[in-house]
Ligand binder design. Structure first.
Ligand SMILES: Nc1ncnc2c1ncn2[C@@H]1O[C@H](COP(=O)(O)OP(=O)(O)O)[C@@H](O)[C@H]1O
Ligand SMILES: [Mg+2]
Length: 248
């Protein structure tokens, strides 16, 4: 049973990709709870299923099997349009590559998620868009296009776009992966501020320094969630296996 405070309850989540007669078991029996107001960091080696898990958490993809309760709604087997509607309300996604739309300016990029919602008029859209841009310190650049901004600025705009719908959770997949360390740190302090102001955040990062910002660290290995000790043991075994293979 989940606690009342759980925003996310995943049980036995599996994901299998079928491509060219190859089956990839990207997630095997993942259990995960995220509480309201928590800041969780997920790390683990490349290919272990972090992005797959985040895509399922963010309703960009559905699991092959298992149950996923998001903010009181069972979401594992919704059709695409219901998924899109719930995603728009509940989820703010931040990607490694920013994913801003090149021919929309900063204001239009941030406003965009609100234009897909019923019942939000133009004046309210403007107010909320400006509020989100102020929170990330980009309100002075509303007429700029993404190509006219630095990577760090683009990611701050992407954070504003993720915030504007007042989602119940922010999901960030390697949000600092395309940034130098100065801009990376600025984005991390921004997420830290948002968390302190009450946002629930789940971030994937391969950088242990950045995982330290989170309240709770989760580790993945080969499609499973493991504790840190298990991760280190499995890594060690894998390294030993690789060096035996290289020696042979
Ligand atoms: N759309 C897809 N089709 C087929 N295989 C995929 C797809 N997405 C991911 N995978 C595979 O699933 C595994 C986990 O990938 P991913 O979640 O991207 O790992 P990570 O983000 O931890 O690097 C990898 O083996 C990857 O090749
Ligand atoms: Mg990934």
């Amino acid at each position: 049973m989940s606690t009342d405070n759980a925003l996310i309850t995943m049980r036995d989540i599996k994901k299998v990709f079928f491509t060219d007669e190859v089956e990839t078991h990207a997630l095997a029996k993942v259990h995960l709870d995220i509480l309201r107001g928590e800041y969780v960091a997920i790390s683990g080696p490349s290919g272990c299923g972090k992005s797959t898990l985040l895509s399922i958490l963010g309703l960009l993809d559905s699991p092959t099997d298992g149950s996923y309760l998001l903010n009181g709604t069972q979401v594992e087997s919704l059709n695409a349009s219901d998924r899109a509607r719930i995603r728009n309300r509940e989820i703010g996604f931040i990607f490694q590559a920013f994913n801003l739309i090149g021919d929309l300016n900063v204001f239009e990029n941030v406003e965009l998620p609100l234009t897909y919602r019923d019942g939000i008029g133009k004046a309210e859209r403007k107010e909320r868009t400006m509020e989100a841009l102020e929170r990330v310190g980009m309100a002075h650049r509303i007429k700029h296009y993404p190509s006219q901004l630095s990577g760090g600025q683009q990611q701050r705009v992407a954070v504003a776009r993720a915030l504007v719908g007042r989602p119940s959770i922010l999901l960030a997949d390697e949000p600092t992966g395309n940034l130098d360390s100065k801009n990376g740190e600025a984005v991390m302090s921004l997420l830290d501020e948002l968390h302190k102001a009450g946002s629930t955040i789940c971030m994937v990062t391969h950088d242990p320094r950045y995982a330290e910002f989170a309240q709770r660290k989760i580790f993945m290995f080969d499609g499973r969630v493991v504790d840190e000790e298990t991760l280190n043991r499995l890594r060690h075994e894998e390294d030993a296996r690789l060096s035996r293979r290289n020696a042979a």
